[in-house]
Design a protein around this ligand. Structure first.
Ligand SMILES: Nc1ncnc2c1ncn2[C@@H]1O[C@H](COP(=O)(O)OS(=O)(=O)O)[C@@H](OP(=O)(O)O)[C@H]1O
Length: 347
Protein backbone atom coordinates (compact mmCIF):
# COMPACT_ATOMS: atom_id res chain seq x y z
CA UNK A 1 0.00 0.00 0.00
CA UNK A 2 1.35 3.40 -0.89
CA UNK A 3 0.40 5.44 2.10
CA UNK A 4 1.06 8.85 0.64
CA UNK A 5 -1.08 8.19 -2.39
CA UNK A 6 -3.86 6.74 -0.33
CA UNK A 7 -4.06 9.75 1.88
CA UNK A 8 -3.42 12.38 -0.68
CA UNK A 9 -6.19 11.06 -2.89
CA UNK A 10 -8.68 10.55 -0.13
CA UNK A 11 -8.18 13.08 2.58
CA UNK A 12 -8.99 16.73 2.79
CA UNK A 13 -5.58 18.23 2.20
CA UNK A 14 -4.92 21.39 4.07
CA UNK A 15 -2.28 23.31 2.29
CA UNK A 16 -0.02 24.59 5.02
CA UNK A 17 1.06 23.25 8.37
CA UNK A 18 -1.34 25.08 10.53
CA UNK A 19 -4.68 25.92 9.02
CA UNK A 20 -6.85 27.35 11.69
CA UNK A 21 -10.15 29.09 11.66
CA UNK A 22 -12.29 30.85 14.11
CA UNK A 23 -15.72 29.67 14.99
CA UNK A 24 -16.76 33.03 16.28
CA UNK A 25 -19.37 33.59 18.91
CA UNK A 26 -21.18 36.71 19.87
CA UNK A 27 -20.76 35.86 23.57
CA UNK A 28 -17.72 37.04 25.44
CA UNK A 29 -16.26 40.02 27.17
CA UNK A 30 -14.00 42.33 25.25
CA UNK A 31 -13.95 40.14 22.16
CA UNK A 32 -13.08 42.92 19.81
CA UNK A 33 -10.17 44.04 21.93
CA UNK A 34 -8.52 40.66 21.72
CA UNK A 35 -9.16 40.31 18.05
CA UNK A 36 -7.53 43.68 17.48
CA UNK A 37 -4.66 42.57 19.67
CA UNK A 38 -4.20 39.36 17.69
CA UNK A 39 -4.25 41.17 14.39
CA UNK A 40 -1.76 43.65 15.79
CA UNK A 41 0.50 40.82 16.89
CA UNK A 42 0.40 39.38 13.41
CA UNK A 43 1.35 42.74 11.94
CA UNK A 44 4.12 43.16 14.46
CA UNK A 45 5.56 39.79 13.52
CA UNK A 46 6.42 41.19 10.14
CA UNK A 47 7.57 44.66 11.07
CA UNK A 48 9.12 44.77 14.49
CA UNK A 49 12.52 43.26 15.19
CA UNK A 50 11.93 43.39 18.94
CA UNK A 51 8.76 41.40 18.62
CA UNK A 52 10.34 38.99 16.21
CA UNK A 53 13.07 38.14 18.74
CA UNK A 54 10.31 37.09 21.11
CA UNK A 55 8.55 35.18 18.41
CA UNK A 56 11.69 33.37 17.43
CA UNK A 57 12.15 32.33 21.02
CA UNK A 58 8.53 31.21 21.19
CA UNK A 59 9.02 29.31 17.99
CA UNK A 60 12.12 27.59 19.35
CA UNK A 61 10.38 26.77 22.62
CA UNK A 62 7.49 25.27 20.74
CA UNK A 63 9.73 23.13 18.59
CA UNK A 64 11.96 22.14 21.44
CA UNK A 65 9.07 21.08 23.58
CA UNK A 66 7.42 19.05 20.88
CA UNK A 67 10.49 17.41 19.40
CA UNK A 68 13.07 17.44 22.16
CA UNK A 69 15.51 19.56 20.17
CA UNK A 70 15.48 22.67 18.06
CA UNK A 71 15.52 22.02 14.35
CA UNK A 72 14.27 23.52 11.11
CA UNK A 73 10.75 22.70 10.03
CA UNK A 74 11.35 22.19 6.40
CA UNK A 75 13.28 18.97 6.60
CA UNK A 76 11.30 16.18 4.96
CA UNK A 77 9.28 14.13 7.39
CA UNK A 78 9.18 10.82 5.65
CA UNK A 79 8.70 7.38 7.13
CA UNK A 80 12.30 6.40 6.49
CA UNK A 81 13.36 9.13 8.94
CA UNK A 82 12.04 7.17 11.91
CA UNK A 83 14.74 6.22 14.32
CA UNK A 84 13.84 2.61 14.85
CA UNK A 85 13.46 -0.15 12.30
CA UNK A 86 9.98 -1.65 12.76
CA UNK A 87 10.01 -5.18 14.06
CA UNK A 88 6.33 -5.98 14.46
CA UNK A 89 5.79 -4.78 18.03
CA UNK A 90 2.32 -4.30 19.50
CA UNK A 91 0.04 -1.47 18.43
CA UNK A 92 0.40 1.55 20.69
CA UNK A 93 -2.29 1.72 23.34
CA UNK A 94 -4.20 4.77 24.49
CA UNK A 95 -3.39 4.66 28.15
CA UNK A 96 -6.09 7.20 28.94
CA UNK A 97 -9.28 6.37 27.16
CA UNK A 98 -10.19 3.17 28.95
CA UNK A 99 -13.54 3.88 30.53
CA UNK A 100 -15.91 1.14 31.56
CA UNK A 101 -19.50 0.88 30.39
CA UNK A 102 -20.90 2.94 33.29
CA UNK A 103 -18.56 5.80 32.56
CA UNK A 104 -19.47 5.72 28.88
CA UNK A 105 -23.15 5.89 29.76
CA UNK A 106 -22.56 9.02 31.79
CA UNK A 107 -20.83 10.63 28.83
CA UNK A 108 -23.99 10.19 26.81
CA UNK A 109 -26.03 12.50 28.96
CA UNK A 110 -24.92 15.98 27.96
CA UNK A 111 -27.82 17.72 29.73
CA UNK A 112 -26.57 20.91 31.31
CA UNK A 113 -27.66 21.14 34.96
CA UNK A 114 -28.18 24.71 36.20
CA UNK A 115 -28.48 25.97 39.76
CA UNK A 116 -31.19 28.44 40.78
CA UNK A 117 -28.78 31.27 41.56
CA UNK A 118 -26.87 30.85 38.32
CA UNK A 119 -28.05 34.01 36.66
CA UNK A 120 -26.55 36.30 39.30
CA UNK A 121 -23.19 34.65 38.94
CA UNK A 122 -23.07 34.36 35.19
CA UNK A 123 -20.87 37.39 34.71
CA UNK A 124 -18.36 36.20 37.31
CA UNK A 125 -18.11 32.78 35.70
CA UNK A 126 -17.64 34.38 32.36
CA UNK A 127 -14.64 36.31 33.64
CA UNK A 128 -13.13 33.09 35.01
CA UNK A 129 -13.53 31.22 31.77
CA UNK A 130 -11.01 30.97 28.96
CA UNK A 131 -11.37 33.66 26.35
CA UNK A 132 -10.63 31.08 23.71
CA UNK A 133 -10.22 27.34 23.64
CA UNK A 134 -7.84 25.77 21.14
CA UNK A 135 -9.33 22.53 19.89
CA UNK A 136 -6.20 20.73 19.05
CA UNK A 137 -5.70 17.77 16.96
CA UNK A 138 -2.74 15.86 18.31
CA UNK A 139 0.48 16.89 16.55
CA UNK A 140 -1.32 19.71 14.84
CA UNK A 141 0.82 22.50 16.32
CA UNK A 142 -1.56 23.58 19.10
CA UNK A 143 1.33 24.05 21.44
CA UNK A 144 3.16 26.27 18.96
CA UNK A 145 0.10 28.46 18.53
CA UNK A 146 -0.29 28.74 22.30
CA UNK A 147 3.36 29.72 22.64
CA UNK A 148 2.90 32.47 20.08
CA UNK A 149 -0.22 33.79 21.77
CA UNK A 150 1.42 33.75 25.19
CA UNK A 151 3.98 36.24 23.96
CA UNK A 152 1.23 38.82 23.83
CA UNK A 153 1.15 41.03 26.94
CA UNK A 154 -2.61 40.69 27.23
CA UNK A 155 -2.60 36.94 27.22
CA UNK A 156 -1.64 35.11 30.40
CA UNK A 157 0.93 32.36 29.99
CA UNK A 158 0.79 29.37 32.35
CA UNK A 159 3.09 29.82 35.32
CA UNK A 160 2.86 26.42 36.85
CA UNK A 161 3.61 23.48 34.67
CA UNK A 162 1.58 20.42 35.54
CA UNK A 163 2.05 16.78 34.61
CA UNK A 164 0.91 17.54 31.08
CA UNK A 165 3.13 20.60 30.71
CA UNK A 166 1.28 23.60 29.35
CA UNK A 167 -1.99 21.73 28.84
CA UNK A 168 -4.74 22.48 31.29
CA UNK A 169 -6.83 19.43 30.36
CA UNK A 170 -10.08 20.48 31.86
CA UNK A 171 -12.92 19.16 29.74
CA UNK A 172 -11.09 15.95 28.93
CA UNK A 173 -9.95 15.13 32.44
CA UNK A 174 -11.57 12.63 34.73
CA UNK A 175 -12.07 15.37 37.28
CA UNK A 176 -14.56 17.00 34.93
CA UNK A 177 -17.84 16.14 36.63
CA UNK A 178 -20.56 14.22 34.90
CA UNK A 179 -23.42 12.45 36.56
CA UNK A 180 -26.29 10.24 35.50
CA UNK A 181 -28.46 13.32 35.21
CA UNK A 182 -26.00 15.33 33.14
CA UNK A 183 -23.26 17.93 33.57
CA UNK A 184 -23.37 20.02 36.77
CA UNK A 185 -22.51 23.44 35.44
CA UNK A 186 -21.69 25.25 38.64
CA UNK A 187 -19.45 22.54 40.12
CA UNK A 188 -17.46 22.42 36.91
CA UNK A 189 -17.17 26.19 36.71
CA UNK A 190 -15.76 26.17 40.23
CA UNK A 191 -13.19 23.50 39.53
CA UNK A 192 -12.26 25.27 36.31
CA UNK A 193 -11.63 28.49 38.27
CA UNK A 194 -9.43 26.57 40.70
CA UNK A 195 -7.36 25.07 37.91
CA UNK A 196 -6.94 28.47 36.29
CA UNK A 197 -5.92 29.96 39.62
CA UNK A 198 -3.16 27.38 39.90
CA UNK A 199 -1.90 27.50 36.37
CA UNK A 200 -2.53 31.09 35.31
CA UNK A 201 -2.10 33.24 38.42
CA UNK A 202 -1.47 36.35 36.31
CA UNK A 203 -4.83 35.94 34.69
CA UNK A 204 -6.62 35.15 37.89
CA UNK A 205 -5.53 38.26 39.73
CA UNK A 206 -5.77 40.66 36.84
CA UNK A 207 -8.60 39.27 34.86
CA UNK A 208 -10.08 42.68 34.25
CA UNK A 209 -7.32 43.23 31.75
CA UNK A 210 -6.00 39.83 30.71
CA UNK A 211 -7.16 36.91 28.66
CA UNK A 212 -6.46 33.27 29.00
CA UNK A 213 -6.40 30.64 26.33
CA UNK A 214 -6.44 26.98 26.99
CA UNK A 215 -5.79 24.07 24.69
CA UNK A 216 -5.84 20.32 24.47
CA UNK A 217 -4.86 17.98 21.64
CA UNK A 218 -7.86 15.77 22.50
CA UNK A 219 -10.71 18.27 22.32
CA UNK A 220 -11.31 17.81 18.63
CA UNK A 221 -11.16 14.04 18.35
CA UNK A 222 -13.35 13.51 21.42
CA UNK A 223 -16.15 15.29 19.67
CA UNK A 224 -18.61 12.79 21.12
CA UNK A 225 -18.32 14.40 24.57
CA UNK A 226 -16.35 17.65 24.67
CA UNK A 227 -18.61 20.00 22.63
CA UNK A 228 -21.58 19.61 25.01
CA UNK A 229 -19.29 20.03 28.00
CA UNK A 230 -17.88 23.30 26.66
CA UNK A 231 -21.31 24.59 25.69
CA UNK A 232 -22.58 23.91 29.20
CA UNK A 233 -19.70 25.37 31.20
CA UNK A 234 -18.30 28.14 29.06
CA UNK A 235 -20.50 28.75 26.01
CA UNK A 236 -19.10 32.25 25.56
CA UNK A 237 -15.54 31.07 24.85
CA UNK A 238 -14.29 31.38 21.29
CA UNK A 239 -13.32 28.10 19.69
CA UNK A 240 -10.26 27.76 17.47
CA UNK A 241 -9.62 24.45 15.74
CA UNK A 242 -5.96 23.89 14.95
CA UNK A 243 -5.63 21.53 12.02
CA UNK A 244 -2.78 20.06 10.07
CA UNK A 245 -2.50 18.20 6.81
CA UNK A 246 -3.72 14.76 7.92
CA UNK A 247 -0.86 12.93 6.22
CA UNK A 248 1.75 15.03 8.00
CA UNK A 249 -0.16 14.58 11.22
CA UNK A 250 -0.03 10.81 10.89
CA UNK A 251 3.71 10.88 10.19
CA UNK A 252 4.35 13.09 13.19
CA UNK A 253 2.16 10.89 15.40
CA UNK A 254 3.94 7.76 14.28
CA UNK A 255 7.34 9.30 14.84
CA UNK A 256 6.36 10.52 18.29
CA UNK A 257 5.39 6.99 19.34
CA UNK A 258 8.39 5.51 17.63
CA UNK A 259 10.74 7.79 19.53
CA UNK A 260 9.02 7.06 22.83
CA UNK A 261 9.40 3.33 22.26
CA UNK A 262 12.94 3.70 21.04
CA UNK A 263 13.88 5.38 24.31
CA UNK A 264 12.44 2.46 26.25
CA UNK A 265 13.83 -0.10 23.86
CA UNK A 266 10.36 -1.43 23.02
CA UNK A 267 9.76 -2.71 19.48
CA UNK A 268 7.55 -0.50 17.33
CA UNK A 269 4.84 -1.80 15.08
CA UNK A 270 5.32 -0.95 11.41
CA UNK A 271 3.20 1.94 10.40
CA UNK A 272 1.23 0.33 7.61
CA UNK A 273 -0.07 -2.21 10.09
CA UNK A 274 -1.05 0.52 12.52
CA UNK A 275 -2.83 2.54 9.87
CA UNK A 276 -4.57 -0.42 8.30
CA UNK A 277 -5.73 -1.52 11.73
CA UNK A 278 -7.32 1.87 12.37
CA UNK A 279 -9.02 1.92 8.98
CA UNK A 280 -10.54 -1.46 9.85
CA UNK A 281 -11.77 -0.06 13.17
CA UNK A 282 -13.37 2.87 11.39
CA UNK A 283 -15.12 0.48 9.04
CA UNK A 284 -16.27 -1.86 11.79
CA UNK A 285 -17.80 1.04 13.71
CA UNK A 286 -19.59 2.23 10.59
CA UNK A 287 -17.77 5.55 10.34
CA UNK A 288 -16.52 4.63 6.90
CA UNK A 289 -17.78 2.01 4.49
CA UNK A 290 -15.09 2.14 1.88
CA UNK A 291 -11.97 4.10 2.58
CA UNK A 292 -11.37 4.68 -1.11
CA UNK A 293 -14.74 6.34 -1.61
CA UNK A 294 -14.94 8.69 1.31
CA UNK A 295 -16.47 12.04 0.52
CA UNK A 296 -15.27 14.28 3.27
CA UNK A 297 -17.74 17.01 2.42
CA UNK A 298 -20.59 14.70 3.20
CA UNK A 299 -20.12 14.50 6.92
CA UNK A 300 -23.14 16.31 8.27
CA UNK A 301 -23.21 15.79 12.03
CA UNK A 302 -26.14 13.38 11.72
CA UNK A 303 -27.23 11.17 14.60
CA UNK A 304 -26.09 8.07 12.69
CA UNK A 305 -22.62 9.55 12.25
CA UNK A 306 -22.39 10.38 15.91
CA UNK A 307 -23.41 6.87 16.92
CA UNK A 308 -20.78 5.38 14.64
CA UNK A 309 -18.14 7.80 15.92
CA UNK A 310 -18.96 6.89 19.53
CA UNK A 311 -18.65 3.23 18.68
CA UNK A 312 -15.25 3.89 17.16
CA UNK A 313 -13.97 5.96 20.08
CA UNK A 314 -15.33 3.61 22.70
CA UNK A 315 -14.09 0.30 21.43
CA UNK A 316 -10.54 -0.28 22.56
CA UNK A 317 -8.68 2.05 20.27
CA UNK A 318 -5.05 2.41 19.37
CA UNK A 319 -4.75 6.17 19.45
CA UNK A 320 -7.09 6.76 16.50
CA UNK A 321 -4.17 7.43 14.22
CA UNK A 322 -6.31 7.75 11.08
CA UNK A 323 -9.61 8.78 12.68
CA UNK A 324 -8.06 11.89 14.17
CA UNK A 325 -7.69 13.22 10.64
CA UNK A 326 -11.46 13.20 9.99
CA UNK A 327 -11.70 16.83 10.97
CA UNK A 328 -14.90 17.68 9.13
CA UNK A 329 -16.81 14.97 10.99
CA UNK A 330 -15.52 16.19 14.35
CA UNK A 331 -16.23 19.83 13.60
CA UNK A 332 -19.80 18.97 12.62
CA UNK A 333 -20.30 17.68 16.17
CA UNK A 334 -19.11 21.02 17.49
CA UNK A 335 -21.50 22.84 15.19
CA UNK A 336 -24.38 20.62 16.34
CA UNK A 337 -23.63 21.38 20.01
CA UNK A 338 -23.33 25.10 19.25
CA UNK A 339 -26.65 25.08 17.41
CA UNK A 340 -28.33 23.46 20.42
CA UNK A 341 -27.44 26.34 22.72
CA UNK A 342 -27.88 28.99 20.05
CA UNK A 343 -24.20 29.87 19.81
CA UNK A 344 -23.71 31.47 16.41
CA UNK A 345 -21.05 30.11 14.09
CA UNK A 346 -20.05 33.64 13.15
CA UNK A 347 -20.14 36.98 14.88
N1 LIG B 1 5.72 27.13 14.65
C1 LIG B 1 5.57 25.95 14.08
N2 LIG B 1 5.42 25.84 12.77
C2 LIG B 1 5.27 24.66 12.21
N3 LIG B 1 5.26 23.48 12.89
C3 LIG B 1 5.39 23.53 14.19
C4 LIG B 1 5.56 24.75 14.86
N4 LIG B 1 5.69 24.46 16.17
C5 LIG B 1 5.58 23.12 16.31
N5 LIG B 1 5.42 22.57 15.10
C6 LIG B 1 5.27 21.14 14.82
O1 LIG B 1 4.00 20.71 15.38
C7 LIG B 1 4.12 19.36 15.80
C8 LIG B 1 3.76 19.24 17.28
O2 LIG B 1 2.42 19.63 17.42
P1 LIG B 1 1.72 19.82 18.84
O3 LIG B 1 2.48 20.78 19.67
O4 LIG B 1 0.29 20.08 18.57
O5 LIG B 1 1.90 18.39 19.48
S1 LIG B 1 1.15 17.78 20.72
O6 LIG B 1 0.02 17.00 20.22
O7 LIG B 1 0.75 18.83 21.65
O8 LIG B 1 2.15 16.85 21.31
C9 LIG B 1 5.56 18.96 15.54
O9 LIG B 1 5.57 18.34 14.27
P2 LIG B 1 6.64 17.25 13.82
O10 LIG B 1 7.98 17.89 13.92
O11 LIG B 1 6.26 16.92 12.42
O12 LIG B 1 6.49 16.09 14.76
C10 LIG B 1 6.29 20.30 15.53
O13 LIG B 1 7.49 20.28 14.81
Amino acid sequence: MRLNRLFLVNLVVIVDLIAYFYIKASFGVGGEALETALVKTTEEQTVSSIESTNLERAHENAVRSSTGSVRKFKEPLLPHKVTYAPTGGKLPEDGFDTYDETAWNKLDNGTCLFDDDEEDQAFEWQRNSPYAILLGTMKGGTHALSEYLWQHPLIAAPKKVEKNGHELHFFDSRSFERGKMGIPRKANQLSYAMKVHKMYPDFFYTKESMYTIHDSPRYLVWSDRIPEAIMCVTPWSKLIAVLRDPVERVISHYRFQDQARFRKNIPMVDWETWIQDDIERLKRAGVLQDWNRVDFDEFSGSEAELIAWKKYLRSPTTQMIVGRGLYSLQIEHYFAAMDKVGKPRKT
